[in-house]
Write a protein that binds this ligand. Sequence first.
Ligand code: HEC
Length: 215
Amino acid sequence: MNRGPYLFLGAFVILAFSWTAAILANQLGYGAVTPYYDDLAGQSFPAKQPGIVARGAQVYTDLGCATCHTQQVRRADLGSDLARGWGERASVGRDYIQEHTVQLGANHIGPDLRNVGARIEDVNSFYQILYSPSEDSSMPAYRFLFEETEITGEVSADALSVNSTTSHQVVPTERARSLVAYLAHRNDTYAYPETNFIPPEPEAEEAADAEEEGH
Ligand code: HEC
């Protein structure tokens, strides 16, 4: 008996099913999400990214920061991100829709950076972390993002105070400036309707399971 058509049909059904679940369902769910217009604020969220932030995203991608940092705050029932202070709420799909390349990352070697702009408000602190991260951490120093120049006239406004001397200043390059603009822009605090999600209490769930088993 020729089983060719059955094999073909089986493979086709499996592939079609996977494609529907993995691609089509996500495209229908997230692909259709649009910015949320807030009548009171008179603007849409998430806002469009300024050009410098989009360029910073490219630097973040090029330097592989996502190897050690995630940009996704998990729900309280899926991890301890909220307890660690990495955000006020869990990330939702709408947070990412203005971004060309989403840098979710997979490893928590460093802290999650999705809301680092809310934690670190001073631009100079960002430069300091990139130029000389704390010594006991595995975060590499990105000194090539800075230039050491002789001070001839006035000191540059964003020269690193810690590392500059009276004769020389350490000044961020254009790449460092856009990367830091990108980091400072990581701040998802807007409460979309879908962020009102309240995860079920684990105990309540267990009690419900026990009750179901009893019946
Ligand atoms: C090899 C892993 C590694 C890589 C690559 C890395 N980092 Fe880090 N990063 C860390 C660790 C670990 C810390 C925590 C340091 C500490 O707390 O002292 C950190 C801390 C930070 C912080 C401070 C966060 C906070 O909440 O205090 C920022 C900002 C940051 N990194 C940005 C970056 C950027 C931007 C890049 C890419 C240019 C990058 N990191 C690449 C490991 C890494």
